[in-house]
Design a binder for this molecule. Sequence first.
Ligand SMILES: *[C@@H]1O[C@H](CO)[C@@H](O)[C@H](O)[C@H]1NC(C)=O
Ligand SMILES: *[C@@H]1O[C@H](CO)[C@@H](O)[C@H](O)[C@H]1NC(C)=O
Ligand SMILES: *[C@@H]1O[C@H](CO)[C@@H](O)[C@H](O)[C@H]1NC(C)=O
Ligand SMILES: *[C@@H]1O[C@H](CO)[C@@H](O)[C@H](O)[C@H]1NC(C)=O
Ligand SMILES: *[C@@H]1O[C@H](CO)[C@@H](O)[C@H](O)[C@H]1NC(C)=O
Ligand SMILES: *[C@@H]1O[C@H](CO)[C@@H](O)[C@H](O)[C@H]1NC(C)=O
Length: 405
Amino acid sequence: MCGGGEPLWGWGPRVPSPLLLLSLLSTAPLGLLGEETRQVSLEVIPGWPGLPQNLLHIRAVGTNSTLHYVWSSLGPPAVVLVATNTPNSVLNVNWSRLLSPEPDGGLMVLPEDSIQFSSALIFTRLLEFDNTNMFDAAAETPGKPYPPYSLAEFSWNNITGSLDPATLSATFQGRPVNDPTGAFANGSLAFKVQAFSRSGRPAQPPRLLHTSDTCQLEVALVGASPRGNHSLFGLEVVTVGQSPDCPSMQEQHSIDDEYAPAVFQLDQLLWGSLPSGFVQWRPVAFSQKQGSRESALPCQASPLHPILAYSLPQSPIVQAFFGSQNNFCSFNLTFGASTGPGYWDQHYLSWSMLLGVGSPPMDALSPLILGIMAVALGAPGLMLLGGGLVLLLHHKQCSEYQSIN
Ligand SMILES: *[C@@H]1O[C@H](CO)[C@@H](O)[C@H](O)[C@H]1NC(C)=O
Ligand SMILES: *[C@@H]1O[C@H](CO)[C@@H](O)[C@H](O)[C@H]1NC(C)=O
Ligand SMILES: *[C@@H]1O[C@H](CO)[C@@H](O)[C@H](O)[C@H]1NC(C)=O
Ligand SMILES: *[C@@H]1O[C@H](CO)[C@@H](O)[C@H](O)[C@H]1NC(C)=O
Ligand SMILES: *[C@@H]1O[C@H](CO)[C@@H](O)[C@H](O)[C@H]1NC(C)=O
Ligand SMILES: *[C@@H]1O[C@H](CO)[C@@H](O)[C@H](O)[C@H]1NC(C)=O
């Protein structure tokens, strides 16, 4: 599904292959690492008076590296991510250049030679498909496309009001500038951006495991009138890179669905070799604010294709940072299927992803699954486990005793 491989979406129980189990066991300890914390700050970079504030700088400082995430709704919503090998790198914005027809050099991370990796994502269009007569659930196409909404032709809010330093989050909320049918009269598209100073998991599904190297984006379409009774929505995403090759799409499979009910897959996009960037998501979207199994929709991703710059709306921040010589690739995400819950239920749709640099966070097996496996391993396994516990407790008692002395 997402990624175009064999479908892994479904509610039924699944039998993992021994290979999958083995690979999960061997990768499990990795998830326990990555305890590094960062000093994370969010800053709205003041623009010109009269224009809505629309440039958000997330700076995440570690012991000898700094990550910069620059999100903006100048043009289509976009993010530039830059990793440097110093705790002292800074973002430099020249507004007069950034807002000019040739923004090259309007956005810089200094010192330039500290940059280890840089890339960007642009969210170009909101797609809508008429899924009315798609009775074949396995159909490859989501239906007949309606004219897409260009996100470059949206007007976006002033993000200052939504900036929350406590949760390290801010929201870009927009609606079409021209809306002749009034589809967005009561609706909006929101991009909620959140950073993290340590690793963890949000309370809301799909509960992606994050680290301080990552940033989460939740896209929510709320209250907009669909053009059909059975509309499926989608998002066109463009990746930016210096290599002519598109980032590679990967699927990770898991037997463990404790954090994202009945979703046994994690999709990721990787830009070349390390240190490199990644995008990670579970192939699930939700049709209610309280994401649950009942409101879960499948999310499908098309393969990535190179795309020519002239066919894209210009993203000033991307051109300001990368100049005009770039390689763009695009892919489509579509949310929902002809059966099951959909946007039509409550006029609500949300989907989340993580963006980061370095090794993507990997789920270890959850305690629940480890417990089930211990039972499955039977008495000898339990005895081994028990023996380990006794040793552990014994050791703890000893150390407590020593500390009292
Ligand atoms: C970060 O700095 C420490 C101490 O100077 C050094 O030991 C470590 O190798 C550095 N890490 C990286 C990734 O450069
Ligand atoms: C910003 O860019 C403009 C136009 O390119 C240039 O004239 C100006 O000197 C720049 N400002 C700074 C502070 O570099
Ligand atoms: C944006 O919002 C902030 C606080 O809500 C306000 O102080 C600022 O003047 C606004 N800026 C613009 C350009 O509307
Ligand atoms: C928007 O909401 C108002 C008040 O709830 C309602 O009267 C109107 O019909 C709605 N418009 C659309 C396009 O849904
Ligand atoms: C949507 O459903 C209503 C009532 O079921 C029907 O009258 C209408 O023709 C349908 N619209 C479309 C575009 O299929
Ligand atoms: C995404 O969907 C739009 C609308 O259907 C289509 O024009 C475009 O070619 C698709 N892009 C990819 C990469 O499949």
